[in-house]
Design a protein around this ligand. Structure first.
Ligand code: MG
Length: 371
């Protein structure tokens, strides 16, 4: 379909959704929702697929597949404007990622009729009694409007270049004097807005039970006259670790293991040591941000296992407190956190008591929204 571009809007931050995971990132089998939806549209062979999302999400989405990604705006209309500026075809089909169960017969009806008006809109007739302003209204001449909607791209861009807010494309097109054609909508085209909606959407399969493993390693030299932090605990010593942050080498290794398991890159990409915001920062704060991110992208943490390679300090007196602190930040049971310590038998920089290294392994699985 060389004359049509698909625009999928998914820049919302899921504020109404009510789960730690953003709705775009709920896993359906092995695919996050946004990708599950996009794949269903792939069979129509659009000239181009444009996905609109936040910059942070786009960086992660790019790891999944090659589409055109456009940064969203403050509202649906702003997001659509940004997308339309990248459309080169005559027609554009606009849908929302939250409209995730796609009725292909309906999409077919929309596409087949594209030349018959400036905007093709799926609509449902109303079978219940309708009241408007507390008075019974004529339901025969009323309709419920759905998406996706297909429009002539340049006319739609012109129609939404205004401060007036429209709740869908067809209202903007209508006000601008464009011809609207209604086609039969679908009773199954529900939108995912609240967490409770998920179970109504029968097209959604549960997430796969795959496990993801990530590994992290970090090393820091000692530095005199600094507090020492390890696994979020303060260790009574007259030296700490040389670092841009508080130097908690164990937490840094854990962060890398978590980011690794989620396929999210590494600690330096999220918290660069050239960034003044992170100077002297409590690494527990960095870990919290990382855990929130992992949860928002549809994962939960199964377990963490770390090995601290150190001649000094002695780790065993601190292990229990360390596990408690980590369990609070990670939001998992203490038994799922294992801390091991070993020396390097006086070999190398660790043996010479110049610093320590920490290795960490983390496993994640998908958040099961069915439970
Ligand atoms: Mg570090």
């Amino acid at each position: 379909m060389n004359d049509t571009t698909l625009v999928l809007l998914g820049a919302g931050n899921s504020t109404r959704f009510g789960l730690k995971t953003k709705k775009q990132w709920l896993y359906i089998g092995n695919d996050p929702l946004w990708y599950f939806v996009t794949k269903q549209f792939k069979k129509y062979d659009f000239k181009e697929i444009i996905i609109v999302s936040s910059l942070e999400d786009i960086n992660y989405m790019k790891k999944f597949d090659t589409f055109v990604f456009v940064e969203g705006g403050a509202s649906r209309q702003e997001s659509l404007k940004n997308a339309l500026q990248n459309v080169s075809t005559k027609y554009v089909l606009v849908s929302d990622i939250a409209r995730c169960c796609i009725d292909h017969d309906m999409v077919q009806r929309i596409i087949e009729n594209k030349e018959k008006a400036h905007c093709i809109v799926p609509a449902l007739s109303i079978s219940d009694t309708l009241y408007i302003d507390n008075s019974p209204a004529d339901r025969e001449n009323s309709k419920l409007i759905q998406t996706p909607q297909l429009s002539e791209a340049q006319l739609l861009l012109k129609a939404i270049q205004t401060d007036k807010i429209f709740t869908d494309d067809s209202s903007a097109m209508h006000i601008n004097g464009n011809k609207i054609l209604f086609v039969e909508g679908s009773q199954n085209a529900h939108k995912l807005t609240f967490a409770d909606d998920i179970k109504k959407l029968t097209c959604l399969n549960p997430p796969s039970s795959k496990t993801f493993v990530g590994f992290g390693i970090d090393t820091h030299p000692f530095e005199e006259n600094k507090p020492m932090y390890l696994c979020g605990e303060i260790i009574e010593k007259n030296f700490g670790f040389k670092a841009h942050s508080d130097g908690d080498v164990a937490i840094h290794a854990i962060i890398d293991a978590l980011l690794g398991a989620a396929g999210l890159g590494d600690i330096g990409e999220f918290f660069p040591d050239t960034d003044e915001r992170y100077k002297g920062i409590d690494s527990k704060e960095l870990l919290k941000i990382c855990v929130d991110k992992i949860n928002s992208y549809g994962f939960i943490i199964n377990n963490i296992d770390i090995t601290i390679l150190a001649e000094i300090p002695k780790i065993s007196p601190h292990k229990e407190k360390m596990r408690r602190t980590l369990s609070q930040i990670l939001g998992i049971n203490q038994r799922s956190i294992n801390i091991k310590a070993t020396t390097s038998e006086k070999l190398g920089f660790i043996g010479r008591c110049e610093g320590i290294s920490v290795h960490a392994v983390a496993t994640l699985c998908y958040f099961n929204w069915m439970e």
